[in-house]
Design a protein around this ligand. Structure first.
Ligand code: GLN
Length: 454
């Protein structure tokens, strides 16, 4: 009730939830109470969660914040949310996001932007909560849920977490099943969480992760007790500092924060080593070929027949066209056009195949660093703190918006786990985050090290 009341009083200002499931939440909570009084109960018994609108929730609003999925209520549950409910968690509602998870500011949502609960010290301007999981970040930061699910294709968990002073955990590709998560770019998409601290992130991942026959890319590996890793010594842990992440124009504040993070880890016994990830500069351009290519193919299914919106036309082809023209927003259309272009016969080798080769090189850079003995890599999470809603410069140039992902996309291209941890405030009093990147399926190392920073 406390969370539902908080949502009812603050959601108008934050726009974090796109659907609030009052009745279902109370039913689930009552069932939790009964299990607890019977001496039963799972790891998340009675914990109220917000769920990103990208996860299919049976009988409940699931629209990926798009007009084209108007009225869609799936008849099935995503594996990740099913795992959470099996552990006793309670659904408060569905969280706002960029349309189909395409964006870095939650401004491409059909439901409008999310407002960051944080404001700068001397300026009352509304700020973005980041994207695409802006609703998840704002809801956790603004105490409108205990924790939230989120997804990360190129930074969508870690960047909004950094913008809102929360912890964003993106597990290794394959750690969580993608089944029932609306697909954006299937080879990059990964579910994870946004939480108020590292312990909550450890608890959430334990519950969300599982091998799943319905997603052949999910991995059959034991899921460790991540919470047990917290507080374990990091003595002798080797932390890599990639020189290529010292990008041109990086602010002194971000640079200073990065140094501070390294000092904290060193003081706790870690060894700091300089490393090189030489193909870093190609990650962003390669990502913005691979992700739209996969998106253009995944989004072909929205035809006005099978799901959501249908705009009548004079014949079936016209109906498809009208539906897609009215149903998709600008950014989604831009991605479909780019994706279709780079996959077309004449350009496939020049763009798509080339980008896949670059992707292999990016992955090899990380492999080389890990083979040389590096356990985790520390970088800033974002190139800046949260920016203003409707920033004119960013609105005029989508490529500038894409630059937000400069520190995060490499991780998705290589399929690695990474966590963004709140590490300090800038001179305006806004939160800044640091990112730790780990070896595949070694999320425990990230929890251990980020617990020191937190
Ligand atoms: N900002 C990136 C994009 O727009 C990443 C989005 C994401 O991780 N879902 O594609």
């Amino acid at each position: 009730d406390a969370y539902l009341n908080a949502i009812d009083s603050s959601n108008e200002a934050l726009n974090a939830y796109v659907a609030i499931t009052h009745d279902k939440a109370r039913d689930m909570a009552r069932a939790s109470d009964e299990r607890l009084s019977a001496g039963e109960g799972g790891a998340l018994e009675g914990i109220p969660l917000g769920i990103k609108d990208l996860f299919a929730t049976e009988g409940v609003h699931t629209q990926a914040a798009s007009h084209i999925l108007d009225g869609f209520k799936p008849r099935y549950e995503s594996t990740v949310t099913a795992n959470l409910w099996a552990d006793g968690a309670v659904l408060l509602g569905k969280l706002n996001m960029d349309e189909f998870a395409m964006g870095s500011s939650n401004e491409t949502s059909y439901y409008g932007p999310v407002t960051n609960p944080w404001r700068a010290k001397d300026d009352d301007k509304a700020l973005v909560a980041g994207g695409s999981s802006g609703g998840s970040a704002a809801a956790v930061s603004g105490f409108l849920c205990a924790a939230a699910t989120a997804t990360d294709t190129g930074g969508s968990i870690r960047q909004p977490a950094a913008f809102t002073g929360t912890v964003g955990m993106k597990p290794t590709y394959g750690r969580c099943s993608r089944w029932g998560t609306v697909a954006f770019a299937s080879s990059l998409d990964q579910a994870g969480s946004i939480t108020r601290d590292v312990r909550d992130a450890a608890i959430m991942l334990k519950s969300m992760a599982s091998v799943d026959l319905k997603d052949t890319t999910s991995v059959d590996l034991p899921v460790p007790d991540y919470e047990a890793a917290l507080g374990q010594s990091i003595k002798g842990m080797r932390i890599g500092v990639p020189k290529e992440y010292r990008v041109e124009g990086m602010s002194d504040e971000i640079e200073a924060l990065w140094q501070k993070g390294l000092e904290w880890l060193k003081a706790a016994g870690a060894e700091i080593v300089d490393i090189s990830l030489p193909h870093t500069k190609y990650a962003l351009p390669a990502y913005y070929i691979v992700a739209p290519a996969e998106a253009s193919s995944n989004l072909a299914r929205y035809d006005g027949v099978r799901y959501g919106l249908r705009v009548p036309g004079k014949d079936i082809t016209d109906m498809y066209e009208q539906t897609r023209a009215k149903g998709f927003g600008m950014e989604v259309k831009r991605r479909i056009l780019i994706g279709t272009y780079v996959l077309s016969a004449g350009y496939y080798d020049a763009y798509y195949v080339q980008a896949q080769k670059v992707r292999t090189l990016i992955k090899k850079d990380f492999d080389d660093a890990f083979h040389a003995g590096v356990d985790a890599i520390l970088t800033p999470a974002t190139p800046s703190a949260a920016f203003g809603i409707a920033d004119e410069e960013l609105a005029a140039d989508p490529v500038k918006m894409y630059l937000n992902d400069v520190f995060t996309v490499t991780v998705n291209m290589a399929g690695l786990p990474a966590i963004s941890i709140p590490a300090g405030l800038d001179s305006k009093g806004l939160p800044l985050g640091l990112q730790l990147i780990g070896r595949p399926f070694e999320e425990e190392t990230l929890f251990r090290a980020s617990y020191v920073i937190e």
